[in-house]
Design a binder for this molecule. Sequence first.
Ligand code: GLN
Length: 194
Amino acid sequence: MLIGVLALQGDFREHIWSLRRLGVEAFAVKTVSDLEKINGLVIPGGESTSIGKIAKVTGVGDKIVQLAKDGLPIYGTCAGMILLAKKIVDHPDQYTFRLMDISVKRNAYGRQIESFEVYLDVAKIGKVKAVFIRAPKVLEWSSNVEVLATYEGTPVLVQQGNLLASSFHPELTDDLKIHEYFVKMVADRYESVR
Ligand code: GLN
């Protein structure tokens, strides 16, 4: 079983380390042919505009959309959540993969200097340390989107079938519980399609 971390821009190395600490084989994915080898994909934090632009011109974006529709488990953190969202309320024309039925607003938790750390109560997982850096806020979500954690009443970890997204960065903490949850999603699918 192999998990890819999209490595076009952003903090992909931290995700690779988190996954490897769980004993999972993980590598940096940059091309369409890399995407063909993986059983799960993480889209890291960074700049959603930069990641999106590169994904669009390289064909990586179209491939991700196709794999997601075929059921590939994908987890997006922060910029990764923006790239998964169907609607970006403040940047409606920004290129994203438009896969999850959520509307998000970019940078809605404040600027870099207003970054913060909190403990969240996450359904099925327990207490998790979460880092918010220029994070997107989920403003709307449809009934098929499961809310696994909220912060001040707003969803910050959501799942829609094979797609998982968080406003925050678990890869910047030593808490591996969210990665563990995603690895389980990937393992379950891996077992079922083998
Ligand atoms: N503000 C960034 C964006 O809009 C996301 C920040 C992050 O990933 N930490 O793409």
